[in-house]
Design a protein around this ligand. Structure first.
Ligand code: SF4
Ligand code: SF4
Length: 470
């Protein structure tokens, strides 16, 4: 019915059922077979969305500037009209923590679906596999080509594959580096051979990284380099959805005629066609049970379902299910750990959204001059300060500088006009106007407020030093 995977019989425990080494165990390149099905379509949808997001966003403009750009030189991160500064990077850390929690939640619910459907490593690997199929043919043709001696035909096909891989890698690197260097300039510099050394290095680095990771390393990254694959299994519980082979239904496996009665032959529903193994991107046999190498991509589910259709059997011999269901129970979706993660996630997302909108769009740093104090011409005690004010918006702003209530008087500019993203250093002095009780050190606060939006106001605390007695 189907071509078989390369077989090496190592032992026979049951006459008629040789133990086969899987492509992963054989150690050579894994040539996956083409297949169709629901989960393949879902993956195409996920990969398509990821590609549009990744390549499209780099070229998008917003209010006359690139919509998403990490301006490393000026240490600013622009995202759709908002500018983030190093002081805001706590928000970025919070976002990463939320993403990690989101991943935990999804893993407890549905195992490694992130790996199979949305991880860039798997997504780019699928694209590279497609390039392989377009240039070298389907699985059997590729296996034959591997074994064939070097001829012009082989050279041309291999060359076309690597050229396509490199083209995808270069496009990926351009889009990635384009998030750090304005992408239009980058492309122009590349095609006019005017790339700077540093930009050229990063472009080369990310092209090579994509080419090696998606072209050569592939599942090895998932198995040996990705930390997530190491710890995700500890998050699984008996209700986590994983891709499983229903051994109770499938065994004993074995070939049979389509119109025969398998039960009369003592057979289960698995016809041992190895289609599930041939489509697996990590080269494992799902019938061996849940394995660390399984990225939950559902390829074997699609492959087996199409075999079941052809045999006239019910679908789902290989399916997304939980250990509890396979043991005759019912999968519990609402369970304490999952609810806990969901509640935590909702709380974190809410807090993040609040922090984002409450983020001050002006920043004020105050440095007191090292001189302790001095007496001015009016006989008042004065301290010197240097204010650093940053307009964190993408519009010109006018600010008011003032002090919080206290026995002080500000001597210096009280208004400040700043261009978008401008940083101003403002030297000024503060005089003590009412000495009150003797004290050598007093607290005071500097205030900067947006004249057009007084609610946008930042207060920074400092100290004032005076002689204890006069
Ligand atoms: S066993 Fe199935 S779900 Fe797991 S990686 Fe292989 S094809 Fe994907
Ligand atoms: S599980 Fe399905 S696809 Fe895999 S060998 Fe058995 S019948 Fe074929």
């Amino acid at each position: 019915m189907t071509d078989q995977i390369p077989v090496r019989i190592i032992e026979t425990v049951d006459p008629g059922r040789p133990i086969r080494l899987t492509p992963a165990q054989l150690g050579g390149p894994i040539h996956t077979r083409t297949f169709t099905g629901l989960f393949r379509n879902l993956r195409l949808l996920g990969a398509g969305a990821l590609f549009v997001l990744f390549f499209g966003t780099a070229w998008l403009d917003w209010n006359g500037r690139q919509a998403v750009l990490w301006d490393l030189g000026r240490r600013q991160f622009h995202v759709f009209g908002a500018t983030f500064w190093p002081q805001d990077f706590i928000l970025l850390s919070a976002l990463l923590i939320i993403a990690a929690f989101g991943l935990f939640f999804v893993t407890v619910l549905a195992g490694r679906v992130w790996c199979g459907y949305a991880c860039p490593q798997s997504t780019w690997t699928w694209v590279f596999m497609w390039a392989e199929k377009v240039t070298e043919g389907d699985r059997l043709q590729r296996i034959k080509l591997d074994a064939a001696p070097w001829t012009l035909h082989k050279l041309l096909r291999r060359g076309a594959k690597h050229a396509l891989w490199l083209a995808v890698s270069l496009a990926t690197a351009l889009a990635f580096v384009g998030y750090f260097t304005p992408i239009r300039e980058l492309v122009r510099e590349l095609f006019t051979l005017q790339l700077g050394l540093q930009t050229g290095f990063w472009l080369f680095f990310f092209t090579a990284a994509t080419y090696v990771n998606a072209g050569w390393l592939r599942e090895q990254v998932c198995l040996h380099m990705c930390p997530y694959s190491r710890f995700q299994s500890v998050m699984f519980d008996a209700d986590t959805l994983v891709v499983s082979y229903d051994a109770a239904r499938g065994e004993s496996r074995g070939p049979r005629r389509r119109d025969s009665d398998p039960r009369a032959q003592g057979l289960g529903d698995c016809i041992d066609c190895t289609m599930c193994v041939q489509v697996c991107p990590t080269g494992i046999d799902i019938r061996d049970g849940l394995q660390l190498d399984c990225i939950s991509c559902g390829a074997c589910v699609d492959a087996c379902d199409s075999v079941m259709d052809r045999m006239g059997y019910a679908r789902g011999l290989v399916r997304y299910t939980s250990e509890r269901t396979l043991q005759g129970g019912r999968t519990r979706l609402l369970r304490p750990r999952l609810v806990g993660y969901a509640a935590m996630l909702a709380l974190m997302v809410g807090t993040f959204a609040w922090a984002l909108q409450a983020r001050p769009l002006v920043s004020l740093d105050v440095t007191r001059d090292r001189t302790l104090f001095r007496e001015n011409s009016a006989g008042q005690i004065e301290n010197m300060y240097s204010l650093k004010v940053i307009n964190k918006t993408q519009q010109p702003r006018e600010y008011r500088l003032a002090l919080t209530d206290g026995p002080f008087e500000l001597h210096g500019p009280s208004r400040l006009a700043l261009a978008p993203g401008e940083i101003a250093d403002v030297p000024l002095s503060v005089a003590l106007v009412d000495e009150g009780a003797p004290a050598s050190r007093r607290d005071l606060g500097f205030v900067v407020s947006d004249r057009a939006d007084p609610a946008s106001r930042v207060v920074t605390a400092s100290t004032f030093v005076a002689p204890a007695t006069r």
